[in-house]
Ligand binder design. Structure first.
Ligand code: PNS
Length: 162
């Protein structure tokens, strides 16, 4: 299998994201993780910080490359001759928006296909937004995100991490 693109905001990456990327890396020769640059979303972490967290969290995979994804996903994919996008689905509620994006991407670039990976049940409730909210109020997220992310959250919100 050639190259797959795993796109996302990853603000911050969670164990659910890492699981989807790990499983994608098992089936594809190469995986490009595209970290969106979208200033209108006002991310907690800069693109460089999110890339660094992913880099540390995915160091055990030698077929994964990290890149910032600026502009349209279809243009990023075309520049790299990527034809498969892989996204995780946690619940039916994800499906509607993911389907819409997959079909829009297909309308913009018909040769680009989207594959969906079903989230493991233990991560199905996880979202970057909830993780940030819990961490902001001093709750423990160490079992929900990779260690470098837990540390970055603790540093950002000024709480101790074990
Ligand atoms: O982690 P997210 O926020 O669910 O990821 C959304 C993402 C990055 C896949 C989407 O926002 C995206 O593709 N952004 C790039 C800009 C683009 O192509 N937008 C049109 C999508 S149909």
């Amino acid at each position: 299998m050639p190259t797959a693109l795993c796109p996302g905001s990853f603000d911050p990456p969670t164990n659910g994201h890492i699981d989807v990327i790990e499983r994608t890396a098992r089936y594809f020769d190469d995986v490009v993780v595209g970290v969106t640059v979208n200033p209108s979303k006002k991310p907690l972490f800069s693109t460089a910080e999110r890339i660094e967290m992913l880099d540390l969290s995915l160091a055990h995979l030698d077929n994964v490359e990290l890149a910032s994804l600026d502009g349209l996903l279809v243009d990023f994919a075309a520049r790299r001759d990527i034809r498969v996008v892989v996204k995780g689905l946690r619940a039916v509620s994800d499906f509607e928006y993911e389907l819409q994006m997959a079909q829009m991407n297909s309308a913009l670039r018909p040769e680009l296909d989207t594959f969906f990976v079903v989230a493991k049940p233990e991560w199905a409730f996880l979202s970057s937004s909830l993780v940030k909210e819990v961490a902001r109020y001093g709750g423990s997220v160490e079992h929900l995100v990779p260690a470098p992310v837990a540390k970055a959250l603790a540093d950002r919100f000024g709480v101790a991490s074990s």
